[in-house]
Design a protein around this ligand. Structure first.
Ligand SMILES: [Zn+2]
Ligand SMILES: [Zn+2]
Length: 343
């Protein structure tokens, strides 16, 4: 089968024509992949940055944002039919640790990522535990279904704290930041302000429906607050940048008693102004992945309820042309790139 594989511990990914088709083990299903989306982490794997070097052991088929049809059921799988359209949770959990046994699978201490620790979705076929599947309703098109994984990150972040009637500050106007902003607006936030240092990204955020997209320096944020009548700071922050300077500016503009959901991953250790957090009684919460199927349920409910994220998709390419998608993402010219696997 065709697959996109990290073959060597160096920059790049290879489009392979003759990868072996995986057979489903007990409890697994084989999915025939039709559409996938390129994630920021796939870009890091391509670039072979420090995180990728410390995390992946090539060769591994990459990719974790997918939709497809069930092609085969492994031994013991019940409740699923061949031909059903599915996406699924890309985090594999151990089912044995304290959190898994308590029903908090999203807090598993041994989480593994498909397309990172095990062979992933950038292939014609992938095997995944049936417990990770999510059935896609007919109203959700394939290109949207292929990006439910990052949309789930956005939903998990945006709903981490109550946003109804609140003023929201988002640091980082990448796809997840923009989607989290759209979710906050959809669920009743008063004002959503998104910041970045790249003018191109701010322009996109504005075009995609977040009216207050501004540069992340203090003076600009203060001017925006004045314009919107935000007197003493933002109520909820979504930190998407992992950048210490952005976090510092965010802390300076948060209200006393406010909350920040942190999704951005820092490239190393960063410094925080602890006193700003202590004296303002700010609550911080790390966000990783999704709250598994609680988040998936909410995602589908919001999409079916009219939340439109389709404009996030800037490019759709045949899978064999994935290099073009990587290059567009590297240049900041794309948000979500969909790769199609249908022949
Ligand atoms: Zn992803
Ligand atoms: Zn576990």
């Amino acid at each position: 089968m065709k697959a996109i594989v990290k073959q060597h511990p160096s920059r790049g990914l290879t489009f392979v024509e003759n990868a072996p088709i995986p057979e489903p083990k007990a409890g697994e299903v084989q999915v025939k992949i039709t559409h996938t989306a390129i994630c920021g982490s796939d870009l890091h794997i391509y670039q072979w940055n420090e995180w990728a070097q410390n995390t992946l052991s090539p060769p591994v088929t990459v990719g974790h944002e997918f939709v497809g049809q069930i092609a085969k059921l492994g031994p013991g799988v019940k409740g699923w039919q061949v031909g059903e359209r599915v996406s699924g949770e890309g985090h594999l959990v151990c089912e044995k640790c304290r959190n898994c046994r308590a029903g908090k699978r999203h807090l598993c201490i041994r989480t593994q990522g498909i397309g990172i620790h095990t062979n992933g979705a950038f292939a014609e076929f992938m095997c995944i535990p049936a417990t990770n599947l999510y059935r896609i309703p007919p109203a959700i098109p394939n290109n949207i279904a292929a990006m439910l994984d990052p949309f789930g990150n956005a939903v998990h972040t945006a709903l981490a704290f109550p946003v109804i009637g609140e003023d929201i500050l988002i640091t980082g106007a990448g796809p997840i930041g923009i989607m989290a902003g759209l979710v906050a607006q959809h669920t009743g936030a008063r004002h959503v302000v998104i910041t970045d240092i790249q003018a191109e990204r701010l322009k996109l955020a504005h075009q995609l429906g977040i009216p207050h997209a501004v540069h992340s320096d203090s003076v600009t944020i203060q001017a925006k607050m004045k314009e919107l009548g935000i007197q003493s700071g933002f109520d909820v922050g979504f930190e998407m940048s992992g950048n210490s300077q952005a976090i510092e500016v965010m802390l300076q503009h948060m209200h006393h008693g406010s909350s920040i959901a942190l999704l951005g991953v820092a490239s190393g250790k960063i410094q925080l102004n602890l006193n700003e957090i202590v004296f303002k009684s700010i609550s911080l919460r790390g966000i990783y992945g999704r709250e598994i199927f609680e988040t998936w349920y909410k995602m589908i409910a919001m999409l079916e309820g009219g939340l439109d994220i389709s404009s996030l998709i800037t490019h759709e390419l045949a899978a064999k042309n994935f290099e073009q998608g990587i290059s567009l993402l590297e240049q900041g010219k794309a948000l979500k790139v969909i790769l199609t696997w249908e022949t």
